[in-house]
Design a protein around this ligand. Structure first.
Ligand SMILES: O=C(O)CCC(=O)C(=O)O
Ligand SMILES: [Fe+2]
Length: 337
């Protein structure tokens, strides 16, 4: 299996304006071609500490984590969006996870499904966990913003051009993932030739994903030729890629590269952070530098009636059974009030 040599974006080189522009161009070039890159020297990022808390969380007794399961898996739970999802035996994707976001401060138009408060375990050590996770979330928001600034510079836009798309009420999600070794044979649909996956082939849906893979192998990306190549872990770095929405907003010039995870020999952890716009953000246009006459653009000239991020995301989530069920459940509940 071939291994990629992904471009590396070094944030310590972003201090002076000239090198910053060069770094920004390198980043945009990477997103136009392979669609994945590494980020080095992220201020405040401590991979060891993050992995420690991942292990702590997924080692908690099942009954402690069960209380955090979304309503789909725990009928007594109030959570529909934030919180935990369990392993699903017999599925292609064999992983369990915990998700958190930020409290939405000002956006009154938000669908109540996304206004779900965070949930935290009730157990000794939970306060430190919450403190760590909250500060890690802030670190990822800061990094997401920085990457967005580089993206804008690299696309010939003002660096803060997209700031109001993300602040103050970003829907960004931090997800802790645990992939244990399967206790039963993988289903046939998880087998592709001589490999077996535990996270099936997909592209991310939103804007920018910042992913910690620690020292674990398994992540692969699909080249345009259809060949799968490994993305080896890189110490104390993040892997970055973009999602379908940002790809759309660049007329497909930046690539939402498809990726998957191979089944691990031993348990695996990873932490994706999805840097996402505000619910009400206007996303129904193509960034100026990518407008071209011979490509279809997301239309609607009138800003007010253009596509908003939240409703688009909601529609996208309806493609997944677990969310469709919960969104329908939620709409029904709201209708009853
Ligand atoms: O676990 C990984 O390395 C990748 C996870 C992923 O692609 C995702 O959650 O979207
Ligand atoms: Fe992904």
């Amino acid at each position: 299996m071939a291994t990629s040599k992904l471009p590396v974006i070094d944030l310590s080189q972003c201090g002076d304006q000239q090198t910053r522009v060069a770094v920004a161009k390198k980043m945009v070039d990477a997103l136009k071609t392979v669609g994945f890159l590494y980020i080095d020297n992220i201020p405040g990022f401590d991979q060891k500490e993050l992995l420690k808390w991942c292990r702590w969380f997924f080692n908690l007794p099942e009954n402690v984590r069960f209380k955090l399961y979304r309503k789909l898996w725990n009928p007594n739970s109030k959570s529909v969006y934030r919180g935990c999802f369990p392993l699903q035996k017999g599925e292609i994707s064999y992983k369990e996870g915990f998700e958190m976001g930020q409290d939405i401060a000002t956006d009154e138009s938000i669908h109540p499904f996304f206004a779900d408060p965070n949930v935290w375990p009730e157990v000794e050590g939970a306060d430190e966990f919450k403190t760590f996770m909250t500060s890690f979330y802030t670190c990822m928001m800061r990094t997401g913003r920085q990457m967005c600034h580089l993206l804008c510079i690299g696309c010939g836009l003002k660096e803060d051009f997209l700031d109001s798309t993300f602040f103050p009420d970003s829907l960004s999600t931090l997800r802790l993932l645990h992939y244990p070794v399967r206790t039963e044979p993988a289903p046939d649909v998880a087998r592709h030739g001589n490999v077996t996956v535990c996270c099936s082939e997909h592209s991310d849906s939103g804007f920018i994903t910042l992913l910690s893979t620690f020292n674990f192998p398994g992540l692969q990306i699909k080249l345009e030729s259809g060949e799968w190549i490994d993305v080896p872990s890189r110490p104390n770095s993040l892997v970055m890629n973009i999602g379908d929405m940002l790809s759309k907003m660049t007329n497909g010039n930046l690539k939402a590269t498809r990726h998957r995870v191979l089944e691990p020999l031993d348990e695996r952890f990873s932490v994706p952070f999805f840097f996402e716009p505000n619910y009400a953000a206007d996303v129904g246009y193509v960034l100026d530098s990518f407008l071209s006459e011979n490509k279809t653009v997301i239309d609607s000239p009138d800003k007010e009636s253009r596509l908003k991020y939240g409703p688009w995301l909601l529609k996208k989530m309806m493609e997944f059974t677990e969310y469709r069920y919960m969104i329908e459940f939620f709409n029904q509940q709201s209708g009853d009030i």
